[in-house]
Design a protein around this ligand. Structure first.
Ligand SMILES: [Zn+2]
Length: 233
């Protein structure tokens, strides 16, 4: 179920006190309207009943999409430094259905929206972060895009093309505005998926909550690959 609580909010413009609903958890099967309010961010906006002033109120929430089998532990703080992983608390009921669940920490509203778009498509956020990592570090290049274009740029997956052949990403300016869109062919995504299967450092553990982001990919790729002892003589 979705859980909420109400706090009193004081309008910074006129000082009028009024109620604001904070959602501690969101279940998108039971409250599909909350998904849309997260995506347009209206869930975070308080409108003063007296003067109409709109305030943006940040609060963390547990975003649970049972249909698409993912849970996002969301925090508004943008910092992505904390990439530690945690075990999901032992819970028999959850363990009955969690095998395929994706459990993620997500920091920042842009990352939250991107996660929702990726996981609703049933795609791998790890593979998509890997594509972004490769682009930013010039490990792969796209034709028709200048070689150093992606260095230092923030980008987010937004959607799949209608024919399902292209992953569309938005590129942001330093101020966080969308300045460009570009497409990545599905072949590149499939190659990244394949690479993840072969690379033990990315072994999936359904019970672990991870913050899959640039820093996480970076840390994984910089972990030495363990020697395969069975193959050594
Ligand atoms: Zn007001």
């Amino acid at each position: 179920m979705s859980q909420q609580h109400i706090e009193t909010f004081t309008c910074p413009k006129c000082g009028k006190k009024s109620d604001f609903t904070l959602w501690d958890s969101i279940n998108t099967d039971l409250n599909p309207e909350l998904r849309d309010k997260v995506l347009d961010e209206s869930i975070f906006i308080h409108e003063c009943p007296e003067c109409g002033h709109r305030s943006y109120i940040t609060f963390g929430t547990l975003y649970h999409d049972p249909t698409n089998q993912f849970m996002l532990f969301f925090d508004h703080a943008v910092s992505n430094d904390d990439i530690s992983e945690d075990k999901f608390p032992e819970d028999e009921v959850f363990n009955l259905f969690n095998k395929n669940y994706k459990l993620r920490y997500v920091h920042g509203i842009k990352n939250l929206k991107e996660k929702i778009f990726i996981l609703e498509e049933g795609m791998s956020d790890v593979a998509i972060e890997l594509i972004k990592y490769f682009l930013r570090n010039n490990i792969i290049a796209l034709k028709d895009v200048a070689p150093n274009y992606f260095i230092g740029k923030e980008m987010y997956f937004t959607n799949l093309s209608e024919d399902g052949e292209t992953l569309v990403f938005a590129v942001l300016s330093e101020e966080g505005k969308v300045i460009n869109h570009f497409g990545v062919n599905m072949d590149i995504y499939q190659q990244c998926l394949q690479r993840l299967v072969l690379d033990k450092r990315f072994k999936q553990d359904g019970n672990t909550i991870k913050n899959v982001c640039y820093a996480w990919i970076d840390a994984k790729l910089k972990t030495p690959i363990e020697e395969n002892k069975e193959n050594s003589l």
